[in-house]
Design a protein around this ligand. Structure first.
Ligand code: IMP
Length: 430
């Protein structure tokens, strides 16, 4: 297959970065199509840790063409910093990073609005990453946003920006009772930054469509996860973009029907950051010890992640809305030493039982998980590169998740590094 998308099936942080990095070996082009630097994809390569927020994770696997698609919202300052950091560490993106002129710019006033709204909400806060993502998408939909395309003509860009700054400062001061942003400094900084960013700005949609026609292998890198999708996730505790596979079409500029396969990524357990329903959440000592063992602290914000058992009901939902070809399970090693393990196989909501997402989004907050128990294992599976090399009960656990989800398990992650993965099916090859 030539065009493959990778999406998260849970609440983000499923370990997509590592799987994208691994699959990128078979791709020529890696495309991000939604979200912004609220995503943080962590990769461990040669013992070195890299965190990528805007640049596709494929950047680190050879000389791939990296595309930041039109569905993204991009903080230009953060992007330039990320490019410079990568360069310092020997990864040069010159000539191989393409930034869509359709992508919207995240501005400091978006960040100020995001943060002050969250602090005003207090206990009812969504728990956003605070990077201005929601307000930037709001401006896009309200047709007030500034796109990288606008940056080409400085005079008209400056006029629009000026107008936006005035309006946002009024809102910040009068409604949110927050400090306004310094418009003059922002304009001066963007004027300087413009020279650095414009060389990357291009028509990525035309490039991607042409590359598909030429039969080139392209990997579409999803950010966040299905349960954070603005339409299909646990609204309002979601991010502000579509994170499911169909976002590849609008956000990547891909003609409908041109995606060959979608690989879903799921941890062997579940995590979520921020507020909102989480039926399989584990509290207390066990949750804390999985968090420590799995280093479950946000890569973008450092916040501790909430921990839960694997949820097959949510996985089935993710399989349906994404049309998944297969599932890659990550971080199996983290569950070593827990006995027994629990798997959520469905929910009870009142008297009704469900084997997938119950209808009506609020139902998830009331859902009581139905658990199945399964024996754990004590021997670390990190060195396994085939299923036969796994501890017997770890293999049984994987097989059971496969049975419950009803799609092939394509990969199993057994450690942090790129090679600590059992590959059963590779969508570019099989
Ligand atoms: P926002 O995307 O910053 O607006 O945050 C909205 C919600 O999505 C919050 O609960 C965040 O914690 C969550 N979120 C956004 N991006 C990620 C991610 O990449 N991983 C996990 N959670 C995320």
């Amino acid at each position: 297959m030539n065009t493959v998308a990778v999406v998260g099936t849970q609440w983000g942080d499923e370990g997509k970065g590592k799987i994208v990095d691994l699959l990128a070996a078979d791709a020529e082009i890696v495309v991000r199509f939604q979200g912004g630097n609220n995503a943080a994809h962590t990769l461990v390569i040669g013992g070195e840790k890299f965190v990528l927020r805007l640049v596709p994770s494929g950047a680190l696997n050879g000389e791939k063409i990296c595309v930041i698609g039109g569905g993204m919202v991009v903080n230009a300052f953060a992007l330039i910093e990320e490019i410079a950091n990568l360069k310092r560490r020997g990864v040069d993106l010159a000539g191989r990073l393409k930034l869509s002129f359709d992508a919207h710019m995240v501005m400091p006033y978006h960040i100020a609005i995001d943060r002050s709204r969250e602090s005003r909400l207090g206990k009812r806060a969504i728990g956003t990453t605070g990077f201005g993502i929601g307000p930037a998408y709001e401006d896009k939909i309200a047709r007030q946003g500034l796109r990288f395309d606008d940056l080409i003509d400085w005079k008209s860009f400056k006029d629009k920006l000026d107008r936006n700054i005035k309006e946002k400062n009024l809102y910040l001061k009068a409604v949110l009772k927050a400090k306004p942003i310094d418009g003059k400094t922002l304009i001066a900084e963007l004027h300087k930054l413009r020279r650095l960013i414009l060389p990357y700005v291009t028509d990525t949609s035309a490039y991607v469509a042409r590359s598909i026609d030429e039969g080139r292998k392209i990997l579409f890198e999803g950010a966040h996860g299905t349960m954070l999708d603005i339409d299909y996730g646990t609204y309002p505790f979601v991010t502000s973009s579509n994170c499911i596979a169909s976002a590849v079409y609008a956000g990547g500029g891909v003609p409908p029907g041109k995606l060959d396969a979608v690989l879903g990524i799921s941890k062997a357990y579940t995590t979520r950051v921020g507020a909102g329903p989480f039926p399989t959440e584990i509290y207390g000592y066990l949750g804390d010890s999985i968090r420590e063992e799995g280093v479950e602290f946000g890569s973008a914000t450092g916040r501790p992640r909430r921990i839960g058992w694997f949820d097959a009901a949510l996985a089935r939902y993710a399989i349906r809305v994404n049309g998944l070809w297969g599932l890659a399970l990550t971080k199996l090693d983290v569950l070593t030493g827990i006995n027994p393990l629990k798997i959520c196989v469905g929910y009870k909501v009142g008297k009704e039982a469900y084997d997938t997402m119950p209808p009506g989004r609020n139902a998830l907050a009331k859902a009581k998980p139905i658990y199945e128990e399964i024996p754990g294992w004590d021997e670390k599976p990190d060195a396994a590169r085939t299923l036969d090399e796994l501890p017997r009960d770890a293999l049984r656990y994987i097989e059971r998740l496969g049975e419950l989800c009803g799609v092939p398990i394509a990969m199993v992650g057994v450690g942090a590094s790129r090679d600590a993965t059992i590959i059963l099916k590779n969508p570019f090859r099989d």
